[in-house]
Design a protein around this ligand. Structure first.
Ligand code: MN
Length: 425
C-alpha cells in the first residue's frame, strides 16, 4: 500500500493549490459535478479546481485504463466504482501524474486545460453515489457510554454485548442527501410529559450526529464472509456524514426494535469521496480492546485512521460557532471489524453501500459528537458567538462538519458537510 505513487508527499502540482487546502495533489478525491453547461459527470479536485474526468477521458488522457466513457458520464460514481479497487487506484495514479509539476502533457495543452479544469465555485456538487443499502454502526465507546448514562443506568452504561459486537442497525438509503440540501424538521410521536399519553408534533430535540461513512466496492456472493484482513480491499473511500436524529421521537419509539422514524428522515454526506488509498499515510492503532475479541474480529496492523473532525453551528444571519472537536481514530471498532462483522453471517455487500461509523465522541466534553451529549440532555446549554444558547438544533440553524488528516506537511481533507434546518412542513 505504501507504494501508491499518488501518495508521495513530495509531489507538487503545476495547478496552484492554496495553503491549507483540503485538496492537494496527494488527495485526488472523486465526486459528481454539474452546471448549466455540463451534464452530471464524474470529477476529481485539486485546490479550487474541479477536474472533469469525462472530458479527460474523451481527450484521450485516460487511455490504457480499464474504463469506458459511460463510467464517467453519469449522475453517480457507481459505474466507475464497479471497475474495482485496482482500476480506481490506477485511475487516481494517472490523474496524479497528469497534474504533477514534472509532467507537461496536460499542462502544455492550454486548449484542453480550459475544458478539463473548472473553478469549483462554478459547479454544483451532486449526490456522489447511488446508495444501495445504508448501515449505521454504534462504534464509539464514549458515545455509547454517554447515551447509556443518560437514558438507562449510569452504573451499567454500556450494554453487555457492546464490547463483543460492533453493534449496528440497517438505516434507510432513500433519505441520504448531499451537503447543502436543506432538511425539514421532522414530525412524529413525542412524549414530553411522562405521565401523559404521547402527542403528534414537530420534533423538539433535533440533533446532529458527527460521523464518518465508508462506501464499498462489490463484495462477495451471499453466504461468504469478508475477513478483517480482506476488508480494506472492499472499501472505496470515506466521506463526512451527518446522521440527523430526532431525540424525542427516538426516546419513545426505539424499544424494542431500535431506531426508525427518529433517524430515517435525513442523513447528509459530504460531496467528495476521499479514497481509502489516499488515507494510507494516516493509519494509526485502534484503541486497546478488552476483553479480547472473538477470532473473526481479530486483526493485524494499523486499521484506524487519524482524521480530525470539527462541528460548527451557524445560526440564521450570524457567524458560525465551533462546538466540537473530535477524531475518527477514537472509534473502538475499526472499519475492517465492522465489515467483517457485517458479513460474518453471509450477508452480502454491494457496490455503493454506505456504512456509517456511529457518532464519534471523544473522552472530553468538548469532543462529544452530538448535541445530546454536548448539552447533556439539555442540562448544559451551549453558548453561541451571537449570545444565543442551544440545547438542540433550532430552525434556521446550519450545522457544518469539517474533517482532515495531516502529517509531514500534507493535509488530506474532506471539505465540509452542511445542512440547514427548515421549519416542519
Ligand atoms: Mn447514527
Amino acid at each position: 500500500m505504501s507504494n501508491i505513487p499518488a501518495n508521495n508527499p513530495n509531489l507538487k502540482s503545476w495547478v496552484e493549490v492554496p495553503a491549507n487546502s483540503d485538496f492537494p495533489i496527494q488527495n485526488i478525491p472523486f465526486g459528481v459535478v454539474k452546471n448549466d453547461q455540463l451534464t452530471p459527470r464524474v470529477a476529481s479536485r485539486i485546490g479550487d479546481m474541479v477536474i472533469d474526468l469525462k472530458t479527460l477521458f474523451v481527450l484521450g488522457y485516460l487511455e490504457n485504463l480499464p474504463f469506458e466513457l459511460s463510467d464517467f458520464d453519469g449522475c453517480t460514481l457507481n459505474a466507475m466504482m464497479r471497475r474495482g479497487k485496482k482500476a480506481v487506484r490506477d485511475l487516481r495514479n494517472r490523474i496524479s501524474k497528469l497534474l504533477d509539476a514534472n509532467q507537461a502533457d496536460l499542462q502544455k495543452n492550454t486548449h484542453h486545460l480550459e475544458q478539463v479544469l473548472i473553478p469549483v465555485n462554478t459547479v454544483t456538487m451532486c449526490m456522489p453515489v447511488q446508495i444501495g443499502d445504508y448501515t449505521d454502526f454504534y462504534s464509539s465507546r464514549e458515545h455509547a457510554t454517554n447515551v447509556g448514562m443518560m437514558f438507562r443506568d449510569p452504573a451499567n452504561a454500556l450494554l453487555p454485548n457492546w464490547l463483543w459486537i460492533p453493534v449496528g442497525y440497517h438505516g434507510r438509503a432513500s433519505s441520504v442527501v448531499v451537503s447543502g440540501e436543506p432538511i425539514y424538521r421532522p414530525k412524529g410521536q413525542i412524549k414530553p410529559n411522562p405521565e401523559e399519553p404521547p402527542i403528534f408534533a414537530p420534533c423538539r430535540n433535533l440533533d446532529f450526529e458527527l460521523e464518518m461513512a465508508f462506501i464499498t466496492f462489490d463484495g462477495k456472493p451471499m453466504g461468504d464472509s469478508i475477513s478483517t484482513a480482506e476488508a480494506e480491499e472492499y472499501i472505496f473511500g470515506l466521506c463526512l456524514f451527518n446522521d440527523w436524529s430526532a431525540r424525542d421521537i427516538q426516546t419513545w419509539e426505539y424499544v424494542p426494535l431500535g431506531p426508525f422514524l427518529a433517524k430515517n428522515f435525513a442523513s447528509t454526506v459530504s460531496p467528495w469521496i476521499v479514497t481509502l488509498d489516499a488515507l494510507q499515510p494516516y493509519k494509526v492503532d485502534t484503541p486497546k480492546q478488552e476483553p479480547e475479541v472473538l477470532s473473526y474480529l481479530k486483526f493485524d496492523g494499523q486499521l484506524s485512521y487519524d482524521v480530525q473532525l470539527e462541528v460548527f453551528i451557524q445560526p440564521e444571519n450570524a457567524d458560525e460557532t465551533k462546538i466540537c472537536t473530535s477524531n475518527f481514530k477514537y472509534m473502538y471498532w475499526n472499519m475492517a471489524q465492522q465489515l467483517a462483522h457485517h458479513t460474518v453471517n453471509g450477508c452480502n455487500i454491494r457496490c455503493g453501500d454506505l456504512m456509517g461509523s456511529g457518532t464519534i465522541s471523544g473522552s472530553t466534553p468538548d469532543s462529544y459528537g452530538s448535541m445530546l451529549e454536548l448539552a447533556w440532555k439539555g442540562t448544559k446549554p451551549l453558548k453561541m458567538n451571537d449570545g444565543s444558547e442551544r440545547k438542540f438544533i433550532q430552525d434556521g440553524d446550519t450545522v457544518i462538519m469539517r474533517g482532515f488528516s495531516e502529517r509531514d506537511g500534507v493535509r488530506i481533507g474532506f471539505g465540509e458537510v452542511t445542512g440547514k434546518i427548515l421549519p416542519a412542513k
